[in-house]
Design a protein around this ligand. Structure first.
Ligand code: FES
Ligand SMILES: [Fe+2]
Length: 333
């Protein structure tokens, strides 16, 4: 386990980013969308994960299908980024059409001349767990259930399927994705960066427990008023923060958008979508996000400045960072 932080150069080096694309983003199971966005035939969600453009679509039988959003002709996209509906798989560039299994059906008006056999949309793995759709670009990875292990057990008592997806916040941060993930993994900064949050929780009892075998950690922060802590704050390697309560949940995903930009996608689910308190909860989490964004962007500027190489990690507060950074270092070799 690491006792010092990763070298500053890892937070922006294009070569490290290229290695992470293959060893992390091309290999792990990742939450891709709320299942509510993929509830009917034809519904799709598309987007790039660390420079891998992919989409998931519901076929006419209601099954989830996932593909790289890259046509076999000259790499055009099949669907536009975002979410919507499409009754077929037709490339938006020259109109080649694909079967639902991804094989080429028709090369529109191609004329004479050979088309090699076996052209297709490259498939990706898709699985649904509870009310979330996950993807994995690695054909050799274990099935999702096996990969989740004890992480799934942590959520078992919460009625996630009863929660409705209502709000979304998307942020682009001027920092490497690890700068933001590191920040998520410790509560050490809370008194300095989040004064509102520190008034609500008993920071002396803030703890982060690491479950290394199953690749996740569990934050606990008892509320100051002594109320029972009814929720779970989980972080799953490499990029998922899941806060789940009895009456709702937040899903926060952290992606690289190149070596020096990070996409944070925050999705909110509530048991009662009409409860006026929901707006307030989303607003408050936006304030916390603003505070984390500001400190992460300031840290990134300093990492880039060339005066800092690495510093010590606190055993008391930064054990989850030590785990996360060690695992990452191992993954990219
Ligand atoms: S790139 Fe898809 S049809 Fe030409
Ligand atoms: Fe924070």
């Amino acid at each position: 386990m690491r006792t010092s932080a990763l070298p500053a150069s890892w937070y922006g080096d294009p070569e490290i980013h290229a290695r992470e694309r293959r060893a992390i983003w091309g290999r792990e199971w990742l939450v891709f969308a709320p299942a509510a966005r993929l509830a009917f035939p034809g519904r799709y969600v598309a987007g790039a994960i660390a420079g891998w453009p992919i989409f998931v679509i519901v076929d006419p039988d209601g099954s989830l299908r996932g593909f790289h959003n890259v046509c076999a002709h000259r790499a055009g996209p099949i669907v536009a980024d975002g979410h919507g509906s499409s009754g077929n798989l037709v490339c938006r560039y020259h109109g080649w059409a694909y079967e639902w299994d991804g094989s080429l059906r028709k090369a529109r008006d191609f004329g004479d001349g050979p088309i090699p056999d076996g052209l297709r949309l490259p498939p990706i793995r898709v699985e649904r767990w509870r009310n979330l759709v996950w993807v994995c670009l690695d054909g050799e990875a274990p099935p999702l259930g096996e990969a989740l292990g004890g992480f799934a057990d942590q959520c078992a008592e919460f009625p996630m399927e009863a929660f409705q997806f209502t709000h979304e916040q998307v942020r682009v941060l001027a920092c490497n994705w690890k700068t933001y993930a590191d920040n998520y993994l410790e509560g050490y900064h809370i008194p300095m960066v989040h004064p509102e949050l520190s008034r609500e929780i008993d920071l002396r009892r803030y703890s982060v427990e690491v479950f290394a075998r199953d690749g996740y950690c569990l934050h606990s922060a008892p509320p100051r008023d002594g109320a029972a802590n009814a929720g779970r704050w989980l972080f799953r390697y490499p990029n998922l923060a899941l806060n789940v309560y009895s009456d709702g949940m937040n899903v926060e995903r952290i992606f690289p958008d190149g070596p020096d930009r990070t996409l944070v996608v925050y999705e909110y689910f509530f048991r009662d979508p009409d409860d006026p308190a929901n707006e307030e909860a989303v607003k408050l989490s936006g304030v916390t996000l603003d505070q984390d964004q500001a400190i992460c962007e300031a840290v990134q500027r300093n990492l880039d400045a060339g005066v800092y190489r690495s510093g010590p990690l606190s055993v008391k507060h930064e054990g989850a960072l030590a785990w996360f950074q060690s695992r990452l270092e191992q993954a990219i070799g």
